[in-house]
Design a protein around this ligand. Structure first.
Ligand code: ZN
Length: 426
């Protein structure tokens, strides 16, 4: 356990500390875990120590785990301090898709506070051929093949739904407003996590004598304290729902699959896109859940010819669900319409043709409610023909959003099939 990772790595590299690194001439940091809480860190270290070597190698993907890479913040800090050649000790292994999804969904990023997610995205973009910039609002733009004939903007949003503290009473209970659409039915008993490490349970007034579901204004945050002075948050602090990542068969479950799954798909597509005649603008947007704000300004700045959002969609495959043919595991859904947008039919046709030609399963989506970044892109400047590729997702906007890994992989394949050839909408 160490407070300064850079110093610890430097000591091991210079063999100024005794132990296995000196004994076996180990010079590379492969893996580390970040912990906010010293007791949790101690417990985690003790647990790992007890594992067999094979388990250590296979099972180190835990919350907070980070595979150290070239150009990581720590490596740069080391280089700046002249302690070591940054190439010397970092490790270039890129996170495999499932581990990347896990890292993304466990990051904290309610709308307007996407910093943690942005850091992961920037980290994953290190070493790619893309030209990377950050918009004034905080969205990340990664441009591939700048100057290509057709400018194609792909958008996935980094933010997630959450809560913002609006009042703290004298006993330390806090009231909150929702960030984005928060379903009151999923709040009770759930936990909320804040960027400073604080955790709260959501409680409700008059729990046993109510006949109808409470309104959000009847809920409160309980931080386990008994005075306002001890309350670890203040008015304006934002929290996200607290749920770890879980794998159930082929399905992945977590909070904020909406839309970290889109972020992971864009990163993987960028990584595997070896060549394209188009200028592809991979855009990781901010503030989608509060009104597609980041996509609007990025689309204005990037001036694309075609826009595609990659986001989640509802399904109709659970008991007594509404009538919607989209099912988990049957392929990514090509959006035809949602509440915010009618997709350009030429783009819908093109996506269908490319999916068929490459034998990639797909579904067609008409969603009654909801919208995506594509709605903002479409109405930018003089108008941009737009569409969306959706990942079927059960229990959207709850702390247990469920997607199917096969849909995720097929979405990457479909985007690659689309982008590898020229995109023209005639
Ligand atoms: Zn979304």
């Amino acid at each position: 356990m160490e407070e300064s990772l850079c110093r610890r790595v430097s000591e091991h590299k210079q063999k100024s500390t005794h132990g296995f690194t000196a004994k076996f001439s180990v010079t590379r940091l492969v893996y580390y875990e970040k912990n906010r809480d010293v007791h949790a860190a101690m417990a985690g270290e003790k647990q790992i120590r007890g594992w067999r070597l094979s388990k250590k190698i296979a099972g180190t993907m835990r919350p907070g785990a980070i595979w150290a890479k070239n150009g990581s913040a720590c490596a740069e800090k080391m280089a700046a301090h002249g302690r070591s050649d940054a190439r010397g000790f970092t490790y270039e292994k890129r996170l495999p898709m499932k581990a990347l999804i896990r890292r993304l969904v466990e990051a904290h990023g309610p709308s307007g506070r996407e910093d943690e997610v942005r850091d992961i995205v920037l980290d994953e973009l290190q070493g790619s051929a893309a030209q990377v910039e950050i918009s004034p609002l905080g969205s990340v733009h990664a441009i591939v093949n700048k100057g290509g004939a057709t400018r194609v903007m792909l958008a996935a949003h980094m933010d997630e739904i959450g809560v913002i503290v609006s009042h703290v009473d004298e006993r330390g209970f806090a009231r909150f407003h929702p960030i984005g659409w928060v379903d009151v039915n999923t709040c009770l008993g759930h936990r909320v996590h804040f960027a400073n490490g604080a955790t709260a349970v959501i409680g409700v007034e008059n729990r046993w004598d109510r006949k109808k579901p409470p309104g959000l204004q009847e809920l409160f945050l309980d931080f386990g304290v008994d005075s306002a002075r001890r309350c670890p948050v203040k008015v304006g602090d934002t929290g996200s729902f607290d749920r770890p990542f879980a794998e159930i068969g082929d399905r992945l479950v977590a909070k904020s699959m909406d839309d970290r799954i889109g972020v992971a798909i864009l990163l993987e597509t960028l990584r595997r896109l070896s060549s394209t005649p188009n200028e592809v603008q991979f855009v990781f947007t901010v503030q989608e859940e509060v009104g597609v704000r980041g996509a609007r300004t990025s689309a204005f700045g990037l001036d694309p010819h075609v826009g595609i959002a990659v986001d989640i969609t509802d399904t109709g495959d659970t008991p007594r669900a509404h009538k919607m043919p989209v099912r988990l595991g049957k392929g990514p859904a090509i959006k035809v319409r949602d509440k915010g947008m009618i997709a350009d039919p030429r783009l819908v046709d093109l996506m269908v043709r490319r999916a068929r030609a490459a034998h990639i399963p797909y579904q067609l989506e008409v969603m009654e409610l909801g919208g995506t970044d594509a709605a903002a892109i479409q109405l930018t400047r003089a108008g941009v023909p737009s569409g969306a590729l959706s990942i079927p997702c059960r229990y959207a906007h709850t702390p247990s959003e469920m997607v199917d890994l096969r849909d995720v992989e097929n979405a990457v394949e479909l985007l690659l099939a689309l982008l590898r050839r020229a995109i023209r909408l005639d």
